[in-house]
Design a protein around this ligand. Structure first.
Ligand SMILES: Nc1ncnc2c1ncn2[C@@H]1O[C@H](COP(=O)(O)OP(=O)(O)OP(=O)(O)O)[C@@H](O)[C@H]1O
Length: 757
């Protein structure tokens, strides 16, 4: 509590110092904005003299940063951002950028490897090199994935074998890895612990993969729930177990068996002797007491039987407890994650896990975060928190995001959100380095909204389209799963049932097609044309229309215009092509209709990383509870990419964003959508509803506990802290944490604006 008060006092002191700066920029707020209220949370913080200036964020390109400008352009803009104020003429809001500790003090090389890390990132890198397992966290845009990529490349340079994974395909693209599910062959993650143990011990591929590994990296950990995290740990532990390392289990069993046999023999001998004696006595007394003892004998026999049964039961119990002891002994010798160095990264204030209770895909409302799992408690013992925001440089935007992260919407934030509303004017678009057109990425909470937007954009393209129908096969005998469930699972994990594509449409790849070339699940690009994938099928076409040479040429031109046959791809006889094009089956709306299994056209995609690739159909499998394939879909692994779901966008940096956050339904969803943008100037909100800004109480508590622990041991995450470092938290984070403290202190006060469910 004292620490919180100290932090608040410090913040008050700083606020006094920055009053002058605030006074400088406040009058220049757009006239449409109402006067600023005095809520402390949203005041822009004062730049810290002690914090080293960090380089500008917008200069680096990774695969998701398709909307970043070219390097020279970004450098020009970075310089401009330091010296100028955004234009005001356009009417709608302008946002002043205050000089800040996170603004660029120098222009750095575009090559990510050469970009200097901030002090928090450096501390994490050093810990990784020391072989520590830890949790890397911080708000959106502090460079978690960025430093993770640096850690991975440094560890690999040091000769370590690193598996790079993330909870979702898109997040995996961001760090050039695969999903944790595909690395460990977890399928949908619905197997029981026993099934997983068996699979992990038997699956040679997974065992080999895990045994050859030194480090496991998992990004976007917030979307992995506690049950799945425990399963990941279990598979790692069992997959990496080497027989000779087992705690002498066979010998132990032998010893136990020997002792048990000896005891049994002893017991048997004792029993025999007792029997013999009794028999002798009986013989002696028989004559004398026959009549009298008849009843007694019977009683004694009964007693003997009871005793024997009791002895037998005791024996069984002993056996059971020995087996359990052996098992316990065995388990306790398995190191967390089988001894792997594990680096998990993410921000639990972002999207939480989608909890699925069982194979029937029933959604559970209660959230169980990875930090609640026993694997976390055993394996993740250290935390590194990054504080310098690199994605955004505008302090107003950073403070606003920090509020929203904690579920707070102050009056200031409401004003800014209003100013970013649907009616605002947006700056003009540019071209990316490789010539793909930059566009405003629309972010929606629901998949149907994403689909609607993408369909509208596709319909607006006048050229000829191709429709691909998926080929599904579902096993009738699916065990406990019914066919409908398998179909639902296919819809959830596989490509689209019907995919429509046209030249110049924007697409996203749904499979890891060529990880070495950077074409993985989540890669975005533009369709530049179609090619023929199955030339032989030409001969199978029955209808044949003879065409004049002139007609063929005209048709050919038409087809090239629609992107059907890019010149370099077609070396067929023109008549054949024309014939093919004429005779293809069409839907009523003019789309050429193709079944994926008999696809004649394959789309050619120019991806944003510059790679051009012809995409052919791929297979997705769905497994039953017994591990058998129960469903399969064959389809072109693409989906339209003008609009994205907010879930898919987590981890991305988007230069131009239009977000529809008014109907968000999950914790952290609004925060994720808004924090993808790099500036308020290029952010438009199609809708906003402050009741949808939510932070989960478990997450608030988790971070609060972490902060308390950090304060009681302030050098835990920065080993080389100098005396000048008065605070471990940056100004923006201090504002946010103060808001958090306020909430904790006054959570009983009604009508607060923090939404905490
Ligand atoms: N030390 C740095 N210097 C300059 N730019 C940086 C630095 N660290 C990160 N960045 C830039 O900041 C932006 C955000 O980085 P990154 O995507 O890694 O953030 P993040 O913390 O993973 O965000 P999120 O939680 O939203 O996934 C990127 O454009 C990245 O290039």
């Amino acid at each position: 509590m004292q620490a919180i008060l100290d932090a608040q006092q410090h913040h008050q002191r700083r606020l006094q110092v920055i009053t002058a700066a605030v006074a400088r920029w406040k009058p220049s707020l757009p006239p449409s904005l109402p006067p600023a209220p005095t809520a402390p949370v949203s005041q822009p913080p004062q730049p810290s003299a002690q914090t080293p200036a960090a380089p500008v964020s917008n200069q680096h390109h990774h695969q998701q940063q398709q909307q970043q400008p070219s390097s020279s352009r970004s450098k020009r803009e970075a310089v401009k951002a330091e010296t100028s104020v955004p234009p005001t003429e356009s009417g709608p809001p302008q946002f002043l950028t205050l000089p800040s500790q996170t603004q660029p003090s120098q222009i750095v090389d575009d090559d990510e490897e050469n970009v200097p890390l901030d002090r928090y990132q450096t501390a994490a890198l050093q810990a990784a090199e020391r072989g520590e397992s830890f949790f890397l966290t911080g708000s959106a845009g502090v460079g978690k994935s960025f430093v993770l990529r640096r850690i991975i490349s440094r560890l690999r340079k040091n000769g370590k074998r690193v598996a790079v994974t993330a909870s979702t395909g898109c997040a995996a693209v961001n760090i050039r890895g695969s999903t944790v599910h595909s690395l460990l062959k977890l399928g949908l993650g619905l197997d029981s612990h026993r099934q997983l143990k068996q699979k992990a011990s038997k699956n040679v591929d997974v065992r080999r993969r895990l045994r050859d590994l030194d480090v496991l990296v998992i990004d976007e950990i917030s979307m992995i729930d506690s049950v799945l995290f425990d399963k990941i740990e279990l598979v790692c532990a069992y997959g990496r177990r080497v027989e000779k390392e087992l705690p002498n289990k066979p010998n132990m069993w032998k010893r136990e068996n020997r002792e048990r046999n000896r005891e049994r023999n002893r017991e048997r001998n004792r029993e025999k002797n007792r029997e013999r004696n009794k028999e002798r006595n009986k013989e002696k007394d028989r004559e004398r007491n026959r009549e009298r003892n008849k009843e007694k004998d019977r009683e004694r026999n009964r007693e003997r039987n009871r005793e024997r049964n009791r002895e037998r039961n005791r024996e069984k119990d002993r056996e059971k407890s020995t087996a359990a002891e052996a098992e316990d002994h065995d388990e306790s010798h398995v190191l967390p994650f089988g001894g792997l160095q594990v680096i998990v990264c993410g921000d639990f204030f972002q999207l939480p896990p989608v909890s699925v209770s069982d194979a029937r895909h029933q959604f559970v409302k209660e959230k169980f975060f990875a930090f609640e799992s026993s694997a976390w408690k055993r394996g993740i013992t250290n935390t590194f928190c990054l504080h310098d925001v690199h994605r955004q440089s505008d302090h107003v935007f950073i403070a606003l995001l920090n509020e929203i992260r904690l579920g707070v919407v102050s009056n200031d934030t409401q004003r800014v959100m209003k100013a970013c509303g649907a009616s605002r004017h947006l700056p003009a678009l540019e071209l990316t380095e490789n010539g793909n057109e930059v566009h405003y990425t629309k972010l929606y909470p629901f998949r149907r909204q994403v689909h609607g937007e993408n369909s509208t954009r596709l319909n607006a393209i006048p050229s000829q389209g191709v429709r691909y129908a998926a080929k599904d096969s579902v096993t009738v005998d699916t065990g406990v799963l019914n066919v409908a469930t398998v179909r639902t699972m296919l819809e959830a994990v596989a490509g689209l049932r019907t995919l429509e594509l046209k030249k110049a449409c924007r697409v996203i790849c749904l499979k890891n097609l060529d990880p070495d070339a950077g074409i993985v699940n989540g890669s975005a690009g533009v369709l530049i044309g179609f090619t023929l994938s199955s030339v032989q099928r030409l001969e199978q076409l029955e209808e044949y229309k003879f065409m004049t040479q002139q007609k063929v040429i005209e048709r050919r031109k038409e087809m090239a215009r629609d992107g059907m046959f890019p010149e370099e791809q077609v070396d067929l006889d023109q008549k054949q092509i024309a014939k093919l094009f004429e005779n293809l089956p069409r839907d009523e709306d003019g789309f050429i209709r193709l079944g994926a299994h008999e696809a004649l056209f394959s789309p050619i995609i120019k991806f944003d990383n510059g790679v051009t690739m012809t995409i052919s159909e791929q297979k997705w499998d769905v497994y039953g509870l017994d591990g058998r394939v129960v469903g399969q879909r064959t389809q072109i692994p693409l989906t339209l990419g003008w609009a994205l779901s907010i879930h898919k966008s987590q981890g991305m940096t988007l230069r131009n964003v239009e977000a529809d956050v008014g109907q968000c339904f999950d914790y952290g969803q609004v925060y994720v959508a808004l924090s993808r943008a790099t500036s308020l100037e290029r952010l438009r909100l199609l809708s906003f509803n402050d009741s949808k800004v939510m932070a989960h109480h478990k997450v608030l508590q988790f971070y609060e506990e972490m902060r308390c622990a950090r304060e009681s041991n302030p050098v835990s995450d920065i080993k080389e802290q100098t005396e000048e470092d008065e605070f471990l938290v940056s100004d923006s984070e201090l504002l946010a944490l103060t808001a958090c403290d306020e909430w904790w202190n006054a959570s009983s006060v009604p009508n607060r604006q923090m939404k905490c469910l």
